[in-house]
Write a protein that binds this ligand. Structure first.
Ligand SMILES: Cc1cc2nc3c(=O)[nH]c(=O)nc-3n(C[C@H](O)[C@H](O)[C@H](O)COP(=O)(O)O)c2cc1C
Length: 269
């Protein structure tokens, strides 16, 4: 079977599949012709499925994707902009967690949502590591503190307060979160950082929708990339790098108001 199959009895020959293809590898040779792949260009397909997703009749099938298994988006199914704005604005970085860990099924839902994040060339390079044990999260936070101590020996900085707080039993690295999610990917891939950041952003929003609490663990991420003891403790696959970490748990408090943020700074030309 070739890359693209057209069910001719239902194809409307409107050519939208060709128009939306980001790789420009689908052609409609004449207005009444069925779409085809430009000869020899199969390998340029980025497997985004846009041709299949835009087809009004479901006539287009790909060797790796069937329109019958692609969920239909019906008008009216999606939230309006007021709902979206409120949802986005009401998300908070959560730094106080109950002791109850997040169920595996709920974590799996987060990954299902994050799967739809955009990625360069549709590369979808995401790999997730779940630190599912509070004691292990705490150990990783401790290693981050060790990294900070080594930095402070060279240069005094604001990190001193984080270390002092840790010594006084206050964890400002992972905030006592019961679980930690690490986004990792191949070091060498130049879009990995961007792709992982976007996926983590989706994941954080999904957590908000589920009433869970999440917060970026930026210090831990920095240590993971600069402190061999922590890199080793994460034990990521060979050639992989940590591109972001997120604390996760059940929020202890409910945020009742939306704090103000800077007005958008926009230049119009
Ligand atoms: C890249 C990044 C790294 C962050 N690292 C940390 C962190 O290490 N610890 C923490 O408590 N919050 C961290 N945050 C959360 C920010 O402090 C938070 O987003 C900001 O204060 C705004 O609050 P809000 O997310 O509730 O709107 C991080 C956020 C981002 C985007």
């Amino acid at each position: 079977m070739g890359l693209l199959t057209i069910e001719e009895s239902i194809c409307g020959r409107d050519g939208t599949c060709a128009k939306v293809c980001p790789a420009n590898i689908i052609e409609q040779k004449a207005p009444d012709a069925y779409p085809t792949i430009i000869e020899g260009s199969e390998t340029l397909c980025i497997k985004c499925g846009h041709c299949l997703a835009v087809c009004p009749s479901g006539a287009l099938k790909l060797s790796f994707m069937d329109p019958k298994t692609a969920p239909v988006v019906k008008p009216g199914m999606l939230p309006d902009i007021q709902a979206v704005q409120l949802f986005f604005a009401s998300r908070r970085s959560i730094r106080n967690y109950t002791r109850v860990p997040v169920e595996k099924e709920q974590l799996e839902m987060l990954f299902q949502v994050a799967r739809y994040a955009p990625s360069g060339h549709n590369g979808q390079p995401l790999n997730w590591l779940v630190i599912n044990d509070k004691n292990e999260v705490n150990r990783l936070a401790g290693l981050t503190i060790d990294w900070m101590r080594s930095m402070l020996r060279k240069n005094p900085s604001g990190m001193q307060r984080l270390v002092d707080d840790w010594d006084n039993g206050i964890d400002r690295i992972c905030r006592g979160a019961p679980q930690l999610i690490i986004a990792h990917s191949k070091k060498a891939a130049h879009l990995s950082q961007t792709d992982c950041t976007i996926a983590l952003t989706y994941l954080e929003l999904a957590a908000h929708a589920m009433g869970l609490g999440a917060c970026w663990a930026g210090f831990l991420n920095a240590a993971a990339n600069n402190y061999p003891a922590l890199t080793e403790a994460l034990n990521l696959p060979e050639g992989h790098q940590c591109f972001g970490a997120m604390m996760i748990g059940h929020p202890q408090y409910r945020f009742r108001r939306i704090p103000l943020r800077k007005k958008p700074i926009v230049t119009w030309r």
